[in-house]
Ligand binder design. Structure first.
Ligand code: AKB
Length: 316
């Protein structure tokens, strides 16, 4: 049987899909899902589930001991748009939940950690196209500042205490089964729902805003594959650049129109435009490709086809 895994923040956009895939690969009982509150009955009843507040060290420690957990995926976080509205809580949640799991690993209570970083670690002074792994990083958002600080701490805990931490800088993630919440890239999920249900979409980013994105299937594959890679292959202990697709709202709308010809899009940029403008347009992920054989599968065309098929099956 695979080592016992705890997923913190299992009811969110990534956590839900990750829980399902890890259970498929390692068995239902090997994966303990947890979140600050219960998700849908279907999800909560599909395997072991615990209510865990990521800010409560004792709660996490108790579950780790109770289930003999060896690996933790810490997916709880406040994303970019929400974090701008509540900076103090975002800093508290994004940093202290990380310290809790890092300290459990330092104390020898868990063996391996996955912690997600983001393209938000980059800022307005970073080169925008093909942003390299090592470059200027001056994030201008609360979320980006917390993720960049988190990366430094991950590397520090690895170098000083030998903690086996693995991390990816996720681009915007697009999925059909669980909605995202509070991100700047969320428009690229909403647009599919609105295209199917209303035939039109008002976008909160301008038509030429190009951002790095990825289909959830690819993101989950990347996450599990970095965790399964031999420790010596993981040469970067801050966080790896990870690239999938880059597109603008105008380009995704054009792709949707191939399936729904009557679909129209309009633009009403709001405060999230400034966040998007501070991020890269495309990412160079040569190190991830080299170190643990990363390769994305989905492009804009195949993702759009798959998204629309699944959403239609769900009755959209
Ligand atoms: C967000 O938009 O905040 C996230 C991210 C890019 O990390 N999707």
């Amino acid at each position: 049987m695979h080592a016992k895994i705890l997923i913190i923040g299992a009811c969110g956009q990534i956590g839900t899909e990750l829980t399902k895939q890890l259970r498929k690969q390692y068995g239902t009982d090997a994966v303990i899902a947890s979140d600050v509150r219960k998700g849908s009955a279907e999800f909560v009843n599909s395997g072991p589930f615990e209510v865990v507040n990521a800010l409560d060290f004792n709660q996490i420690e108790t579950i780790v001991e109770q289930y003999n957990i060896e690996e933790v995926y810490l997916m709880a976080a406040l994303l970019s748009a929400t974090a701008e509205k509540n900076p103090a809580f975002a800093w508290d949640l994004n940093m202290n939940s990380l310290f809790h799991v890092l300290n459990l690993a330092k104390a020898g209570k868990i063996k391996k950690i996955f912690w997600p970083s983001s393209i938000a670690v980059f800022g307005p002074t970073t080169p925008k196209e093909n942003t390299p792994q090592y470059t200027i990083m001056e994030p201008s958002t609360v979320y980006g500042i917390s993720k960049q600080s988190g990366e430094r701490w991950c590397e520090y805990y690895h170098n000083i205490f030998g903690v086996d931490i693995r991390s990816i800088r996720y681009p915007g993630l697009i999925s059909w089964s669980t909605p995202p919440g509070g991100g700047t890239t969320d428009y690229a999920v909403d647009i599919y729902h609105k295209a199917l249900n209303d035939g039109k979409y008002e976008c909160f980013l301008s038509e030429e805003t190009k951002l790095p994105m990825m289909y959830m299937d690819d993101a989950i594959r990347a996450t599990i594959s970095i965790m399964e890679a031999p420790a010596e292959n993981i040469k970067i202990r801050s966080s790896y650049n990870l690239a999938g697709i880059s597109f603008t709202p105008d380009e995704i709308a054009a792709e949707i129109k191939k399936h729904i010809p009557e679909f129209t899009i309009s633009y009403e940029p709001d405060f999230r435009q400034k966040i998007a403008d501070s991020w890269p347009s495309s990412i160079d992920d040569a190190e991830a490709r080299e170190d643990w054989d990363w390769k994305h599968n989905f492009d804009l065309e195949s993702m759009t086809k798959d998204m629309l098929e699944h959403l239609r099956e769900l009755g959209n």
